[in-house]
Design a protein around this ligand. Sequence first.
Ligand code: CU
Length: 194
Amino acid sequence: MKSNQTIFKTLSLFVAATLLCTIAAASVIEVAVENNAFTPADITINQGDTVVWNFINGSHNVNGEQAEFSGNPEDFISGSINEVASYTMVFTIVGVNDYVCDQHSAMEGTVTVESTLGVTNNARHSRSISAAGDRITVSGAEGSTISIYSITGRRVHHGKANSQIHVATVNQKGMYIVRVSNREGIITKKVYLR
Ligand SMILES: [Cu+2]
């Protein structure tokens, strides 16, 4: 039927456009600094995204200096900030940034910066990614961060692989984009659950 074809074409274009928008748009991610904690403490963002730390109460700062954390791809530190102020940082380099509050050593956080979807850089690591039933399995990814996105760009799974085999269960059939990142680089792969 012609109309079915047209609907399918329109739908495909819509899906493609949605995905492209998801890829292109840089986001602003907010972290609340209150009650002696960064919330959320561990965030994963895309290259070019902006992180805003909102200092809601207490006296804190954000210290992600390379002098403090030698593995940080970026060097950043806020001044000491009292109530009602914010600190903004745009992250452009892929990798994991640790940070701490200088006044409270238990106040820690991480900013994991991932390459934008579709751009696979420096994929020296070889990972095996497969899909079957309602499971997506990533093997050989110990220590990597694994993010899985639906076709609409929604993140449906995010976690750190603690062992060689990392299994994510998803609840719908369809196409997913699996992103495996670690210090060596990032790989992305499309998988289909039928
Ligand atoms: Cu603090």
